[in-house]
Each structure stands twice: as structure tokens, then as C-alpha cells.
Design a protein around this ligand. Structure first.
Ligand code: ZN
Length: 410
């Protein structure tokens, strides 16, 4: 049995939201927040329990709302309550949750999408439907026109619609080569390996660390400046944080796309280190979580997109990977400089060397490859570097769902 995968694709609307849909947004939020209250009082979190508890009252209060939307409001409330309970368990403190964001979630039987013309038909109440015309770009066409994708839920927001496209996870191909990558703060460094080919590869993203540091400093400054007004300080910091996350994630998506398109075109397995339990050395300037999340996020994006495209990914324990000689197997006592050097004569860039060790671990853990795989140090081209990604490439990136300006519809 393979998993179902879902991917949310955002569409801008051609026209402003019709008033009926705006009212629905308000009503839905009200219903969600009421269900949260009811659930908190009765200590239940599941959709069914909430539904049993509150459906009748809700029908009275929202006599006109389409019943599927009401059920969906219970579902959203249930997930808010579950998150709240988790937070409570983790940190002990939790406020009564309240949903501020205007949104409507509709399951796939509660809306229709004309995939050819990009029009959503959303029922509001009996006898009242609204039609929402979506801005469709080439990026969106790839999803709309792919018959192997089925529709999942739809999320309506004041300025856009997010449609979940679903498919069964494809079976990963049998790899013919390997792309092994060591993940660092500013780059992915590694090797591309095929039976008779061995090259160093690099994907650089120095701006991620720069953005992080800059925002970190700015946040510190804000906290100091607004020390007398904690509410404002918190609000400003939150806004800073969101902007930072957006910019960094955008860049990480580009890096991941570059890695995946090489892997796909050469039928490679991607080898990454398992960052779980990984502890970077303490850094006074930045706190640990701050500097580690982009790397975890990058792995998450690569794994998720690889699964969607049927690209095999292997994650291995990175212990000793930066201190071991891949040729003779000796382990060095201390960390190296930028270059790894071994008594046997082997020497290589420290990060690339680490990626060779990751690959060896993956092979010893059962990574299979068409035709087998052996690293031949003699064939390794030290002076050839394949650049998968560098900041200069940002300008020629492909459009994504959030930037489809200039798109046309028929
Ligand atoms: Zn050695």
C-alpha cells in the first residue's frame, strides 16, 4: 500500500470575493470559535464528538449555512483544540485558543472545480452558490491538467484559494547513480557518483544565514527598544519572524528544486544526513534552534518533493562522517580545517569528504543501485565542481503559486 500525498496549490482570484463569500468567511470563523469553546468546556477534541455536542445548537445559530461547511468547522476546531492540548502538555501554559484568521475549509465533496476553466463553485447555503474565477498560470496548469491528481480539500482565504491536489505516492525508481550531500549552514556540499563518474557538487545559499542573522539582530534591537511595551514588541517581532521565514523558505525551495532536478535527470538516489538528535556546537551569537531550522527545513522540503516525484532519498547517521577517511577507514581524533587529510595520502575538502562517508554508510545500510556502485578515488575529478545552485540563479527561478502575476486565463 502506498501513501496518499497531498500538495496545496495557491490560486489568486481574478475578481474580488463576492459578498456572500465574505459573509461565509465570517460565519465560518464564528462557528469554529464557538465549537472551540464548546469543546473546551466538554473536554472533547474529535470532530465527531464536537459534532454530537454542538451540531443542534449550531443549526439554530447558523440556520442557513451549508451543512458540509458546518461539519468542516468542527474539524478545524478539533485540530485547533488538539494543538492547544499538545502545547499545554509541552509547556504547561496555554491561552484559550481563538481563531483570528478568516478562512473556510471545504472538503472535496463540498465544492466543485472546473479544472479546464479554473472556476470554483462553492455552495454557501441552499440555493446559493458563488463562482470564483482563479488566476491560472503555467505552474497551475501542471496541476489542473494532470489527470492522475485528484482533488482534496479547498481552503478559501480573503484573497486567495488553496486547493489540495492528491495522488498516490509513486514507487521510487531503482537509482543508477547517487547524489550524496553534506548539509552545512551556507551550502550543500557533496558528490555525484555514477559507475565511472565522480564529481564534486555544491549548492550555495549564503543568504539564508545572512537573513537569519540580520533578523536576529533586528529582533534583539526591537526587544530592547520596546522593552517598556511588551505587546508591541511581541507583535513587531512576530511580523519580523514571518517575513524572515517566507524569505528563507523561498530560497530553500529553490535549492531543493535544483537538487531534485539533477537527481531526477540522472536517476540518482539522494543521500542526506539524519539531522535528528544532531547538536551543533554551541554558538554564543546565535541560539541553537535558530541556526538549525533552515537545515531541517531544507531536508523536509527535499524529502517531501522527492516523494512526490518518486525520487529515492536515504538518510543516514552522520556520526564520524566528518572525521573518517573513506579510503582506508581510519578515524581522525580531532576536527580538521577546511581540508581533510589522512595518513594514507588521501585529502579532500572536509565537507565533500563527509558526503563520501555518508554515501558509504548508505551503501552499507542496503542502498541498492542498478549496476552497483564503487567509489574510485583515481577517477575523482578534484578540479571539477558541479554548481547546482548559487544565489545568482535566484533571478531565473520558476514561478510558484504565490507569484503568478501576469498569468492568463481563457
Ligand atoms: Zn586514509
Amino acid at each position: 500500500m502506498s501513501d496518499m500525498l497531498a500538495r496545496g496549490v495557491a490560486f489568486r482570484l481574478i475578481a474580488e470575493l463576492p459578498p456572500e463569500a465574505k459573509f461565509l468567511l465570517e460565519d465560518f470563523r464564528l462557528a469554529v470559535n464557538n465549537a472551540i469553546r464548546a469543546g473546551l468546556q466538554a473536554r472533547v477534541t474529535s470532530r465527531n464528538a464536537l459534532s454530537k455536542l454542538a451540531y443542534k445548537d449550531f443549526r439554530k445559530e447558523h440556520p442557513n449555512m451549508y451543512s458540509q461547511h458546518l461539519v468542516s468547522a468542527f474539524e478545524v476546531a478539533g485540530s485547533v483544540l488538539k494543538n492547544c492540548r499538545r502545547r499545554l502538555r509541552k509547556s504547561g501554559a496555554s491561552r484559550v485558543p481563538y481563531v483570528r484568521r478568516l478562512m473556510v475549509k471545504a472538503e472535496n465533496q463540498a465544492y466543485k472545480l472546473d479544472r479546464e476553466h479554473g472556476v470554483v463553485d462553492l455552495p454557501i447555503r441552499a440555493g446559493c452558490h458563488v463562482k470564483l474565477e482563479l488566476l491560472v498560470s503555467d505552474y497551475h496548469r501542471r496541476y489542473l491538467d494532470d489527470p492522475s491528481l485528484t482533488l482534496g480539500s479547498l481552503t478559501l482565504l480573503p484573497d486567495r484559494v488553496i486547493v489540495a491536489f492528491r495522488k498516490e505516492a509513486p514507487r521510487p525508481y531503482l537509482p543508477e547513480s547517487a547524489l550524496s550531500l553534506d548539509t552545512n549552514e551556507r551550502s550543500l556540499d557533496g558528490v555525484f557518483l555514477k559507475s565511472d563518474e565522480a564529481k564534486a557538487v555544491k549548492a550555495e545559499f549564503p543568504d539564508v544565514a545572512i537573513i537569519q542573522r540580520r533578523h536576529h539582530d533586528r529582533r534583539k534591537g526591537l526587544q530592547k527598544k520596546k522593552a517598556h511595551d511588551r505587546q508591541t514588541s511581541r507583535r513587531l517581532c512576530r511580523r519580523e519572524g514571518q517575513r524572515e521565514h517566507h524569505r528563507i523558505e523561498y530560497r530553500l525551495h529553490q535549492v531543493a528544486n535544483a537538487v531534485l532536478s539533477l537527481a531526477e535527470s540522472r536517476k540518482s538516489a539522494i543521500v542526506l544526513e539524519d539531522l535528528k538528535g544532531f547538536k551543533p556546537r554551541w554558538n554564543k551569537e546565535l541560539n541553537r534552534r535558530l541556526s538549525l531550522w533552515p537545515r531541517r527545513k531544507l531536508h523536509q522540503i527535499i524529502e517531501y518533493k522527492a516523494q512526490w516525484r518518486g525520487i529515492p532519498v536515504v538518510k543516514v547517521d552522520p556520526r564520524y562522517s566528518s572525521r573518517t577517511c573513506p579510503i582506508c577507514g581510519r578515524t581522525q581524533d580531532s576536527r580538521m580545517g577546511t581540508e581533510f587529510e589522512c595518513g594514507c595520502g588521501w585529502h579532500l575538502d572536509r565537507h565533500i569528504n563527509a558526503s563520501l562517508n555518508l554515501l558509504q554508510t548508505a551503501v552499507s545500510k542496503g542502498l541498492e543501485m542498478a549496476g552497483g556502485l564503487r567509489f574510485n578515488p583515481g577517477a575523482f575529478q578534484h578540479d571539477v565542481m558541479m554548481i547546482l545552485y548559487e544565489p545568482a540563479m535566484a533571478a531565473r527561478s520558476e514561478p510558484n503559486g504565490t507569484s503568478c502575476i501576469g498569468a492568463v486565463t481563457s
